[in-house]
Design a protein around this ligand. Structure first.
Ligand SMILES: C[S@@+](CC[C@H](N)C(=O)[O-])C[C@H]1O[C@@H](n2cnc3c(N)ncnc32)[C@H](O)[C@@H]1O
Length: 389
């Protein structure tokens, strides 16, 4: 080990020990990874105590991992002088700049500290991540490779999960649930559980809440696999249940979610959420098949709705619009928007219902719903039927 490299690493270890460490950059990468450019290291508070937050900067993306101090020092020892030929250490005592030349010659400059005060050690100062890419469950479910890269074929799913959890997180922060320490969340039509795992991981491991998450699906093989993976990950509050949404006995639930539960399964899910008094209902519907065959094009719109694609969009608009009104009628404020670009999924409507402390005028909303149904000749809408039963 070169003397200057050893001095640099000792300076790093000392700054951690004496709590003068601010940040570290490893650069001038000469290793075998053609995409890796540098590593940025700073302190982060975790439930296990202070850790080193390593941000790996690649040419087109970043990845991050936390290490304990000994592991972090080991990484430096392993990579400085073999892969990274430069290091810049900032402490409240001094700055240290290490440069290693081609023939192993090195130079270590010590300068006055750029930073005299320690930064706060919080994830909040980082670009907040909602889904942790290095989580084991993403590998086990086939979203990421063993190296933690998102598989090419899973990019769209990955983006959907991220956007869904991010949106859910934002609505949670602005809801009556925001200060809660315990939460129960149910994911209806959870499929392979991508969103269910990510939701659990976010609320449990990123927000640190005491959370119970349940995924419900009819596909028993997926339910079994998901339970196995949850066990492996020691996600003790995560459970998958085999069954139909309509049959599931949903009680004491704070948040109900459903991503692309097919056709009227979304209505079943919303209905269950309303009945369970969920504070937040967040759904991204798909396959809007119920309304389309019922629509009788109003004379005024016949020139437009004779085109299949227009009818398709209209059926989708009316279906989700009616769901939104029915949620409002049931005491929720609603937001209906595109949660992700169409290139990642054409089924990108998201409907969010936030329970109101005080109900709004249900009579007016009911009249509006009736008027819309009459205008389009719609006889039945599943959510309405369930709510009226
Ligand atoms: C398109 S997949 C979406 C899966 C998952 N939410 C996701 O986005 O990755 C729809 C899932 O809903 C399930 N499903 C559809 N109708 C259901 C019902 N009535 N009860 C329970 N599961 C249902 C299907 O088995 C399927 O796994």
């Amino acid at each position: 080990m070169l003397e200057n490299v050893e001095k640099f690493i000792s300076g790093f270890a000392k700054s951690l020990h004496e709590e003068t460490f601010i940040k570290l950059t490893l650069g001038n990468y000469k290793g075998s990874d053609e995409h890796l450019q540098k590593i940025l290291v700073r302190l982060v508070d975790t439930k296990k105590g202070k850790r080193l937050f390593f941000l790996y900067r690649y040419d087109t993306r970043d990845t991050a991992k936390n290490y304990d101090f000994n592991e972090g020092i080991k990484i430096l020892r392993h990579t400085l002088g073999t892969e990274f030929m430069a290091g810049h250490l900032f402490t409240t005592s001094n700055d240290f700049q290490l440069d290693i030349g081609k023939k192993g010659k090195s130079r270590l400059n010590t300068a006055k500290p750029t930073f005299k005060l320690k930064p706060t050690t919080s994830h909040d100062r980082e670009k907040r991540r909602f889904v942790q890419q290095d989580s084991f469950y993403l590998q086990a479910l086939g979203i990421t490779t063993d190296a933690g890269e998102v598989r090419d074929k899973q990019q769209d799913k990955w983006k959907q999960i991220n956007k869904f959890v991010e949106t859910l997180g934002r609505f949670f922060e602005n809801s009556l649930l925001a200060n809660r320490k315990e939460l129960k969340i149910v994911d209806m039509g959870c499929g392979k559980g991508y969103l269910t795992f990510a939701t659990y991981d976010y609320f449990k491991n990123i927000l640190g809440l005491d959370v119970k998450v349940i995924g419900v699906d009819t596909k028993s093989e997926l339910v079994g696999l998901c339970n196995d993976i949850a066990k492996t990950c020691e996600f003790n509050g995560l459970q998958f249940v085999n069954g139909w949404i309509g049959d599931y006995d949903l009680q004491d639930t704070d948040i109900l979610i459903a991503l692309h539960a097919c056709n009227t399964a979304t209505d079943d899910a919303i209905y269950k959420g309303i009945k369970a008094n969920a504070d937040l209902i967040v759904v991204a519907p798909c396959c809007h098949q119920e309304i389309r065959p019922q629509i009788k094009s109003p004379e005024m719109l016949s020139g437009i709705l004779r085109h299949g694609v227009m009818m398709e969009r209209m059926a989708e608009t009316i279906t989700d619009g009616l769901r939104s009104l029915l949620l409002e009628k049931s005491g929720y404020s609603t937001k209906l928007f595109e949660f992700i670009a169409t290139e990642h999924t054409p089924k990108n409507n998201m409907l969010v219902g936030t329970k109101l402390e005080k109900k709004s005028a249900a009579v007016e909303t009911a009249a509006q719903i009736a008027e819309i149904k009459e205008f389009y000749g719609i006889k039945e809408q599943r959510l309405e039927t369930l709510l009226n039963s």
